[in-house]
Design a protein around this ligand. Structure first.
Ligand code: F3S
Length: 757
C-alpha cells in the first residue's frame, strides 16, 4: 500500500473539532477551502481568524510530492537537515526528463540511459529517507498522486505548478518551489498568504461533446491568466456532483492557468467511487464518516455571493466545447465561433498534430471518449489527416486501457503511444517535422500553450481542447472543422458525420496493472548510501553554509548594483541551465547574468577591483575572484527585487559565491524569505534615495549585527574610492527565528543543530 492510512486517520479524527473552532473564531459559516485550511494550521486548533488576501499563515501540509527536475535540489537540501526521515509522507516522480521521440519503450530506454545519474540519486536518497519513489515510466506526478495519495480534506504541496490536480479528490493541493518542499519535509511550518476565495457554481449537466475540460477552458476565458492569483477556486452545485472525479481533477489541474493558488471540489459520490476503484475503500469509508466537514456549510451554498470574494455561475447543460489559444490558455473560443476566429486571425488552418493525454487529461473516461471518436475513423472509412499521439498519465491507466483494447483503437487511426511521462507537454518532444520554424498548428489536451512550450518553435500555434475534440480535429486535419455540425468526406466520397463521444467513468473490469513502477523506501534507511557520481556535472552534494562569524561584516565589495527589473530569471536564468539544477557550483555560473549593471547599462559585465587593471568581467567570475581572496560581496538592487518564481537557486547561488547581503529598495516576498533561509542578509534602504549613494568602487561595512534584533535597523558604512564615507540606515524584516537562521548559516543548519541536541 502506497498511501499512509494512519496519517489520514489523524487528519479525520481532528477535523470536526478544528472546523468547529474555526467557525467560532471566524464567526460565520465556512466554505470548504476554509475548513481544510483551518484544519491544517501549524499551530494546531484555530484560535484566531485570518484575513483573506492579507494574513500570512503557517500551515502544516500532510504530504509532499516532487517531480524529478525540482526534486534534485530539494532533496540535496533536505539531506542537510540531519533527519532520518521526512517529517511527512513524501514521494518523488520521474516524469519530466523523458523525451518523446519514437514511442514509449524506445524513449524510456534512452531516458534511463541519459538520466541514469539523476535517477540513481533520486532512488537512493528516497530509499534512505523514507520517500516513495516512482520510477521513470510509472507516470506523471499529478495522475499518480490522484490514483494513490490524494484524499478529501487533505492538504499537500508539490513542486510542480499543476499540483492542484488533486483538488479533484477534494484536497487542497498547492504547487510550490523546492525550498517549500524542504521546509515541510524538514518539519518546519509552511507559510502562505491566506487566499481569497472564488466560488464557481455549476448547474445543469454535461452532455454530448462537452466535457469537464470545457468548464475550465470557459473559466479561463472569464478570469484570464491572472484572474485567480492569490485565490482558491471552489466548485460546487449540482453540476459538480454530476461530474466524474477525474473530470474534476482536470478542472483543478488547469486552475494553474488562471494563476489560482489551487482549486477544489467538495467530497461526493464520484470521489467515493474513484477511491473504491483505486483500492482505497477504507478512505472512502472514513471520508463518509466526516462528510459534513468535507463540503461548504449549508448557509454558504444557500447564499454563495455572501461568502466568496467572487462568484461565477456556469450552466453545464448550455456549455459548448471550447478551443483555447493560440499562445495563451485564456483565449477561449466556443467551438461554434472557432472556425471564424481561425480564418479572421489567419492562423494556419491545417492541423499538423493532435496530442492527447498528459497529467491533465488521461483518465479512463478521457481515453474512452477519445477512443469512441477514433474508432469512427475506421468504421466510417475516414482518412486521418494529422499525426496523433497519446500520452497516458500513468502505468495504471496505460495498462488498463491497453487491456481494454483502447490503445489498439488509436493505433488503427495511426496514433503513436508515448511514454507515461510529461514529454511534449514540457517541450520534451523531438517532433518530426521537415521545417522546425514553419508557421503551423497543433492541438493538445494538455494545459499550457505558451509559445515554444511544446516543440520550441515560436511559430507553432498550439491550441488546447478536450481529448475527444482533439481526436476529431486530428481526423479532420483542419481547424475550421466543427465536429458538432460539419461532415467529412470519407474514402468512398460520402459525407459522414462523427457521432457524439461516449465514455465510461470507471473501467468495467476495474483498473489493473502489472508493475505500477513504485519502489517503497527501506524500513530503516540508516545504512543506505546516497549515490552521487563524483564526476557528475549535473549533481553535487551540498556543503553546509558557514555560520555567521559573530562580528560585523567589514570590507565587503560591491558585486553589482542592479538597475531596474531583477527577477529570479535575471538572478538564476532557466533554459539550458536547468540541466544543472542539482549542481550548485555549476548552476552558479548563471548567477545574475541577466541583471543590468547600473554603472554601464550592460548585463553580465561588472568591474573587478581585485584583478590588476580593474577589468570588467562576468558577474559569477568576479564573485569567484572575490571569494577566492576571502572577500565577501554585496548585491544592490532596485524595486521588487527577486520577483517571479520561488526558485531557491536564486538565493543559493549568491550565498555559494560569497555574497553576504542583498540590499535593495524593496523585495518580492518569497525571494526575501528564500534569502533568509539560506543565511543571507536581506536588507532594504530605509531611505530609497540612498540607492544613488552606492558607487562602483565602494567597500562596504555592515554594522549592528551583534545586536541584530527584530524591528531594529542596521547601519551600512560606504567607503567610496575618493576617501569619502556615507553612513546609511537599512531595514530588515527578520523575526527572532529568522535571526537564528542567519546566525546558524542557514535554516537547515539550525534544524540540523536542533536534531543533534
Ligand atoms: Fe508534466 Fe505537463 Fe503535467 S509538464 S506535470 S504533463 S503539465
Amino acid at each position: 500500500m502506497a498511501f499512509d492510512l494512519d496519517m489520514i486517520k489523524t487528519v479525520y479524527n481532528g477535523l470536526g473539532e478544528r472546523v468547529e473552532a474555526a467557525r467560532l473564531v471566524v464567526g460565520r459559516p465556512l466554505t470548504l477551502a476554509e475548513k481544510i485550511l483551518y484544519a491544517h494550521l501549524y499551530a494546531g486548533t484555530p484560535t484566531q481568524g485570518f484575513e483573506r488576501g492579507v494574513s500570512y499563515v503557517d500551515f502544516a501540509p500532510d504530504r509532499v510530492a516532487m517531480q524529478d527536475a525540482t526534486a534534485q535540489m530539494a532533496l540535496l537540501q533536505f539531506m542537510q537537515a540531519g533527519r532520518d526521515k521526512t517529517a511527512v509522507p513524501s514521494t518523488v516522480h520521474c516524469d519530466h526528463l523523458i523525451q518523446a521521440r519514437d514511442g514509449a519503450a524506445e524513449d524510456l530506454a534512452v531516458a534511463n540511459d541519459e538520466n541514469k545519474e539523476v535517477y540513481d540519486f533520486l532512488a537512493s536518497v528516497s530509499n534512505k529517507y523514507g520517500i516513495g519513489f516512482w520510477k521513470p515510466g510509472a507516470g506523471i506526478i499529478h495522475q499518480v498522486v490522484l490514483e494513490n495519495y490524494a484524499f478529501p480534506g487533505g492538504m499537500m504541496i508539490g513542486t510542480d505548478s499543476h499540483t492542484p490536480n488533486a483538488g479533484g479528490l477534494g484536497m487542497i493541493a498547492i504547487g510550490v518551489g523546492g525550498a517549500d518542499a524542504v521546509d515541510v519535509m524538514a518539519g518546519m511550518a509552511w507559510e502562505l498568504k491566506f487566499p481569497k476565495l472564488i466560488g464557481v457554481k455549476l448547474t445543469g449537466k454535461l452532455n454530448g461533446w462537452t466535457s469537464p475540460k470545457d468548464v475550465i477552458l470557459k473559466v479561463a476565458g472569464i478570469l484570464t491568466v491572472k484572474g485567480g492569483t492569490g485565490a482558491i477556486v471552489e466548485y460546487f452545485g449540482e453540476g459538480a456532483e454530476n461530474m466524474s472525479c477525474t473530470g474534476k481533477a482536470t478542472i483543478c489541474n488547469m486552475g494553474a492557468e488562471i494563476g489560482a493558488t489551487t482549486s477544489v471540489f467538495a467530497y461526493d459520490e464520484s470521489m467515493a467511487t474513484y477511491l473504491r476503484g483505486t483500492e482505497r475503500a477504507e478512505i472512502a469509508d472514513m471520508a463518509n464518516g466526516v462528510a459534513q466537514h468535507l463540503r461548504p456549510d449549508d448557509e454558504v451554498l444557500a447564499d454563495p455571493a455572501k461568502y466568496y470574494d467572487q462568484l461565477i455561475e456556469i450552466n453545464l447543460s448550455e456549455l459548448e466545447p471550447h478551443v483555447n489559444g493560440p499562445f495563451t490558455p485564456d483565449a477561449a473560443w466556443p467551438i461554434s465561433q472557432f472556425a471564424a476566429a481561425v480564418k479572421e486571425h489567419n492562423w494556419p488552418a491545417r492541423l499538423e498534430v493532435g496530442l492527447i493525454g498528459s497529467c491533465t487529461n488521461s483518465s479512463y473516461e478521457d481515453i474512452t471518449r477519445a477512443a469512441s471518436v477514433a474508432e469512427q475513423a475506421v468504421t466510417k472509412g475516414l482518412t486521418v489527416n494529422a499525426e496523433f499521439t497519446v500520452t497516458p498519465g500513468s502505468e495504471l491507466v496505460r495498462y488498463t486501457v491497453q487491456r481494454d483494447g483502447l490503445l489498439d483503437t488509436f493505433a488503427q487511426m495511426g496514433g503513436v503511444v508515448l511514454a507515461n511521462a510529461c514529454g511534449p507537454c514540457i517541450g520534451q518532444w523531438a517532433r518530426h517535422t521537415d521545417d522546425p520554424k514553419r508557421k503551423n498548428s497543433i492541438i493538445t489536451s494538455f494545459n499550457r500553450n505558451f509559445a515554444k512550450r511544446n516543440d520550441g518553435n515560436p511559430n507553432t500555434h498550439a491550441f488546447v481542447a478536450s481529448p475527444e475534440i482533439v481526436t476529431a480535429f486530428a481526423i479532420a486535419g483542419d481547424l475550421t472543422f466543427n465536429p458538432l455540425t460539419d461532415t467529412l468526406t470519407n474514402k468512398n466520397g460520402e459525407q459522414v458525420k462523427l457521432d457524439e463521444p461516449r465514455g465510461l467513468e470507471m473501467p468495467p473490469q476495474g483498473y489493473a496493472v502489472e508493475d505500477a513502477g513504485y519502489q517503497a523506501p527501506a524500513e530503516n534507511g540508516m545504512g543506505v548510501q546516497v549515490i552521487v557520481d563524483p564526476n557528475s556535472d549535473r549533481l553535487e552534494l551540498l556543503e553546509p553554509f558557514k555560520p555567521w562569524e559573530g562580528t560585523d561584516l567589514m570590507g565587503l565589495r560591491l558585486l553589482i548594483k542592479a538597475q531596474g527589473k531583477c527577477t529570479t530569471d535575471h538572478i538564476s536564468m532557466a533554459g539550458p541551465w536547468l540541466k544543472y539544477r542539482g549542481h550548485l557550483d555549476n548552476i552558479s555560473n548563471n548567477m545574475l547574468i541577466g541583471a543590468i549593471n547600473a554603472f554601464n547599462g550592460e548585463a553580465n559585465k561588472v568591474r573587478d577591483f581585485v584583478t590588476q587593471g580593474e577589468t570588467y568581467n562576468a558577474v559569477p567570475q568576479v564573485a569567484r575572484n572575490y571569494k577566492s581572496m576571502g572577500i565577501g560581496t554585496v548585491v544592490v538592487g532596485d524595486e521588487n527585487y527577486g520577483e517571479g518564481s520561488s526558485r531557491e537557486h536564486a538565493a543559493m547561488e549568491p550565498r555559494h559565491l560569497g555574497v553576504r547581503a542583498i540590499l535593495v529598495k524593496s523585495f518580492a516576498r518569497i525571494h526575501e524569505t528564500n534569502l533568509k533561509k539560506q543565511g543571507m542578509l536581506a536588507l532594504t534602504f530605509a531611505n530609497k534615495a540612498d540607492y544613488d549613494l552606492i558607487e562602483e568602487g565602494d567597500t562596504i561595512d555592515i554594522l549592528g549585527l551583534t545586536e541584530f534584533a527584530p524591528g531594529k535597523p542596521l547601519q551600512i558604512r560606504l567607503h567610496h574610492s575618493d576617501g569619502d564615507t556615507d553612513l546609511i540606515t537599512v531595514n530588515h524584516t527578520y523575526n527572532e527565528g529568522q535571526i537564528e537562521w542567519f546566525k546558524a548559516g542557514s535554516a537547515l543548519n539550525l534544524i540540523r543543530l536542533q536534531q543533534s541536541t
